[in-house]
Design a protein around this ligand. Sequence first.
Ligand SMILES: CC(C)(COP(=O)(O)OP(=O)(O)OC[C@H]1O[C@@H](n2cnc3c(N)ncnc32)[C@H](O)[C@@H]1OP(=O)(O)O)[C@@H](O)C(=O)NCCC(=O)NCCS
Length: 189
Amino acid sequence: MGRDARPRDHAQRKAVTEGDAIRPAGPADQPAIETLYAAAFPQEDMLPVVRALSELAGVLSLVALRGGGIAGHVAFTPCALRGTAERLALLAPLAVTPALQRRGIGRALVSEGLARLRVAGLRRVLVLGSPAYYGRLGFGTEREVAPPYPLPAAWRDAWQSRELCAGPPLPPGTLIVPPPWQSRALWAP
Ligand SMILES: CC(C)(COP(=O)(O)OP(=O)(O)OC[C@H]1O[C@@H](n2cnc3c(N)ncnc32)[C@H](O)[C@@H]1OP(=O)(O)O)[C@@H](O)C(=O)NCCC(=O)NCCS
């Protein structure tokens, strides 16, 4: 069994990365995106923020398609750094339909988003999430840019970033987020 597992897993990953598309989300995708979040986050009500982001100009919202349906979604919200002209983005939320997790869809969505934001000239992408997951995608602990609200000590390593364009160090400052991310409850356990 061990001998067979690796080629099968490899074949599944190839099917996801080569056969299925990632494209910007449109209004017609919203019901499927909401169904996806209800399934991927059964303990959390993600719909208010998912809906608010779908109505916010400038958000990069991508869907991953599999077999004609939506298998994953990610959003990147443009943000600013207080006192600077730096253009940053917040990665959240990200979800893959439970039956299709661990097949490379989340990684593919994040990579596509980062590539698009790099072309658009954004400097850095921030995320509040599992270091075990985002560390695999090239994110590291963020020390210069503070989150909009202070995080509990246990979450300090969960505040991460990935640099898109090289440049001088950013001055220490606080991330300025648009209204959908201004609720303190989104930044606390
Ligand atoms: C977290 C989530 C988005 C990951 O998507 P995915 O398509 O399953 O992940 P991928 O297959 O692209 O995984 C990429 C890598 O991370 C690893 N990984 C996947 N889920 C992981 C997890 N929960 N913790 C740690 N590592 C994880 C994979 O093994 C893979 O590593 P490898 O390339 O070294 O083998 C998905 O599991 C999900 O929707 N979970 C529920 C919602 C959630 O927690 N969202 C995240 C924060 S907003």
